[in-house]
Design a protein around this ligand. Structure first.
Ligand code: ADP
Length: 202
């Protein structure tokens, strides 16, 4: 029987560099399971979560193709705790199921699960995972990169940050910390080092 791959969780604040770092793990042939991507698929056009979401949220929260309007729902969640709980109750179990499936199907000796809010939501499940890797950078750099990248403006960034753990509380729990204060090319050597340590330990 195939053995279950060991689970490495990659986490970090918004714009810290999780996606960038996970792409480097992929280059090392590590299977990467990205919960943001899973969530986007579930709520995007023809996504499996849409039916349930449409039963629970007004039509104004959906685009013409039926997909979830991410910007609108984000604003709703910021101002309405009940809506936040409701969407989490629908999406989190579906995401967890997909993560489990992708983990079981993985081919590499360990998998990287990218989970943005792991420290906030899952730290009591530490014994379920093998290692925790945190991507870290200063908050001003994080803000600059997050707002440059996307439709997120400074005020939205601040609101998202409010719901996220502090840098220190993540670092305290980490087995490995990736410093992303420098240029992108400083990341590969750090990932390579961690990858080799992990492979020697599997
Ligand atoms: P996260 O997935 O944690 O939100 P990303 O990996 O998407 O963060 O990075 C946020 C943005 O910053 C992206 O546009 C990415 O290309 C850029 N970025 C990440 N690391 C660096 C870096 N070291 N130098 C410059 N830009 C970076």
């Amino acid at each position: 029987m195939k053995t279950r791959p060991k689970i490495v969780v990659l986490t970090g604040g918004i714009g810290s560099g999780k996606t960038t770092v996970s792409a480097i793990f992929k280059e090392f042939n590590v299977d990467v399971i990205d919960t943001d991507l899973i969530s986007s698929k579930l709520t995007g056009k023809n996504g499996q979560a849409l039916k349930k979401l449409q039963e629970n949220f007004e039509p104004k929260f959906f685009n013409v193709d039926g997909s979830l309007n991410k910007e609108l729902i984000r604003y709703e969640i910021f101002s309405n705790d009940k809506a936040k709980l409701k969407i989490e109750k629908i999406l989190h179990p579906m995401i967890a199921k997909k993560v489990e499936m992708e983990t079981l199907n993985a081919k590499s000796p360990y998998v990287v699960q990218v989970i943005p809010l792991w420290v906030e939501k899952n730290k009591n499940l530490r014994s379920k995972i093998w290692k925790l890797v945190v991507v870290d950078c200063y908050e001003n750099i994080q803000k600059q990169r997050a707002t440059n990248r996307s439709k997120i403006d400074a005020s939205t960034f601040n609101k998202i940050k409010l719901n996220q753990a502090s840098r220190l509380s993540r670092i305290e729990l980490a087995d490995y910390v990736i410093d992303n204060n420098g240029t992108i090319d400083t990341l590969e050597p750090q990932v390579s080092k961690i990858h080799n340590l992990l492979l020697n330990n599997v």
